[in-house]
Ligand binder design. Structure first.
Ligand code: UD1
Ligand code: UDP
Length: 380
């Protein structure tokens, strides 16, 4: 017998960052007696998604397994649309939760719209208002906001974006970002790793890069700038857990050389993607982070780690306001001078390394679960 008072919540996600921010929510929802929690991964990412699922011990109920090497936006969207209909019809959920701004997010929300299933958008209301930057994420999140009935905004600022766009106030809740919930479970004081032993007493520079609009010339500029600075500062070491995108890997080898990938470069190690526990602890031990990632911009402020954001826009102005993030674009000379400055100028470094918490208190998942279970976010 199906208990009619039990709501079915289906979570759909497919990439590493979505998984990192949805897995803590899955754990929270699974604690609720009146909620049946079902998980569908699209497999837009494979290895990088599985790393996260393993850490959080999440076993998806459905896996669409759509990833292909060098997949295009067309591949991702059409494959998800073709496979998800059956899952949505079989699960028949009361609400589908999607996260953020990936192609998985957009395709899943669109499929729900076609089947007239309510959508809840976790991490709603982030905006650059430039649909080409980040591409296609800005379009994806704006499109999902048109469709979603439950909008879980991480900050007041993101809530205000939605209100300005005409979303009804009673469909928006400010919850904090679930990234901070994840961060509370991963960083530990006695953490060790052989790569950190290699870094020793040197200052650690942590690097990541993957944005679609940066593939090509901008990424060459970014890596060349980093290389120049590394050559001028023998007291720093860099670790770059590289994204699995083969285009990113080719550019990294072109600029940093095979030696960096083989661990034979003296001060730059390019390594396989770290699992989220390792990565958060590497962040915690780092001196400075250079990235074009979105999620890292949320995590770094609460760890008090300066981030040079190698992009021209950000949908996360809270971290800039807090002083932890600086937008440095993708011009080689600008990145070179901003990176050099933070290694040389202690005052500048100190200004950026104050911990702050624009993304909440780490209880976002409880709030979201409360809204879904009781219709209100207060703790009960
Ligand atoms: C995707 C998201 C982006 C998000 C990023 C997080 C879209 C359009 N882009 O970009 O918003 O910031 O994930 O990392 O939704 N690959 C593997 N194994 C993996 C993952 C990727 O081999 O586990 C390789 C594949 O060759 C794949 C390529 O990387 O074709 C690109 O993956 P894709 O998901 O299309 O784009 P991302 O740049 O990862
Ligand atoms: N991350 C990770 N391992 C790595 C690099 C990043 O676990 O080697 C985590 C990071 O802490 C953050 C998320 O992955 O939570 C960011 O993912 P990514 O940069 O791929 O995507 P974006 O946030 O830009 O969408």
């Amino acid at each position: 017998m199906i208990n009619k008072s039990v709501k079915t919540i289906l979570l759909v996600f497919g990439t590493r960052p979505e998984a990192i921010k949805m897995c803590p929510l899955i754990s929270e929802l699974k604690k609720r007696n009146s909620i049946r929690t079902v998980v569908c991964v699209t497999g837009q990412h494979r290895q990088m998604l599985d790393q996260v699922l393993k850490v959080f011990k999440v076993k998806p109920d459905y896996d669409l397994s759509i990833m292909k090497e060098k997949q295009t936006l067309f591949d991702v969207i059409t494959n998800i649309m073709n496979h998800i209909k059956r899952v949505l019809e079989e699960v028949n959920p009361n609400v589908v939760l999607v996260h953020g701004d990936t192609s998985t997010t957009f395709a899943a929300a669109l499929a729900c719209y076609y089947l007239q299933i309510p959508v809840g958008h976790v991490e709603a209301g982030l905006r650059t208002y430039d649909i080409w930057s980040p591409y296609p994420e800005e379009f994806n999140r704006q499109a999902v906001s048109i469709l979603s009935q439950f909008n879980f905004a991480p900050t007041e600022l993101s809530r205000n974006n939605l209100i300005r766009e005409g979303k009804k106030a009673d469909t928006i809740w400010v919850t904090g970002n679930t990234a901070i919930d994840a961060l509370r479970t991963t960083v530990c004081s006695d953490y060790t790793h052989p790569e950190l032993d290699w870094v020793g007493k040197s200052r650690l520079i942590l690097i990541t890069a993957h944005r679609r609009e940066n593939l090509g010339e901008p990424m060459y500029h970014m890596f060349k700038a980093i290389n120049r600075v590394m050559n001028e500062h023998p007291d720093v070491k860099a670790i770059y857990p590289i994204h699995m995108n083969p285009i990113v890997r080719r550019i990294a080898v072109d600029v940093f050389g095979e030696k960096a990938i083989n661990g034979k470069e003296e001060r730059i190690h390019i390594i396989e993607p770290l699992d989220v526990i390792d990565f958060h602890n590497f962040m915690e031990k780092s001196y400075l982070i250079l990235t074009d990632s979105g999620g890292i911009q949320e995590e770094a402020p609460s760890l008090g780690k300066p981030v040079l954001v190698m992009r021209n826009t950000t949908e996360r102005p809270e971290g800039i306001e807090a002083g932890t993030l600086k937008l440095v674009g993708t011009e080689e000379n600008v990145i070179y001078s901003e990176f050099s400055k933070l290694l040389i100028d202690n005052n500048e470094y100190e200004k950026m390394s104050k911990a702050s918490n624009p993304y909440g208190d780490g209880h976002a998942c409880e709030r979201i679960a409360n809204i879904l279970e009781f219709g209100k976010s207060e703790f009960v």
